[in-house]
Design a binder for this molecule. Sequence first.
Ligand code: ASP
Length: 294
Amino acid sequence: MTSIAIHGGAGNLDKYIGTGRLEEAELFLNHTIQELHKQLESGASALDVVTNAVVLLEDIGYFHAGKGTCVTTNGRVEMDASIMEGAQANAGSVAVVSSVRNPIRLARLVMEQTPHVLLVGQPAEALAEMHGLEFVQPDYFVPCDVAAVGNAQTTSAWNNHGTVGAVARDKAGNVAAATSTGGTLHKAAGRVGDTPIIGAGTFARNNVGAVSCTGYGEYFIRTSAASAVVHRVELLGESIGAAAGAVLSEVSAIGGSGGMIAIGSRGEVAMPYSTPGMYRASIDAWGKKTVGIL
Ligand code: ASP
């Protein structure tokens, strides 16, 4: 049976109560998860479906990735993304890209068209150009926070972050994970978080699980969060839910916060978070749909 989970980032989402943003996002998540599940049920691969999922999440502008990305302290958009498939452990990622419309498509190009795993900055964008990916002008980006609450009420620095991600298991039993972000809000120029780091923000291994993380990336790097979940399941025999919860506790123990979505080998789903909210939706292998934010 197929299974899918998506997220639009974890954080202080209670600040959006009364703005209409939470209701809009919930409708979008509800519709999107059903569409993606249909794709899996029609035989699409987990890799294609997580790519499609992240493109939709990047394009909608509600989350801090793709269209909704906010600028760094030097006024530039700097986005990171990664993708991994669980059959052969192939992976691709990009960091500090500023004008590609869908960084997740570029991460997939790195995986499929180069011998490398991670490309950064201008050379990564040259690869996008070579393969005809769409580029956008700076005015394409409408920071999600500003769109929802207006300039005056946006909060700053470490209070805010956001990311989008997807994990899926297809009919053939293959799993995949994909994550894309504008990083933490008001981050320093050149700062790279966990999202493009395979094993920290994204990880997938067939017959074990797939994970996509969101939160203060520095803490997810320091705990190798995404791969730690998979290794706990594999080596300790924990359930995917217990493993995800344990790794999130490790993140909290060193001062971090955030959340993750994870799919286990049988298509079971876990979506724990330690922040006031996490945009999330899933349909597990038994057809159970979950959509939530706070
Ligand atoms: N993990 C992302 C980063 O640190 C941000 C987030 O998920 O909110 O870049």
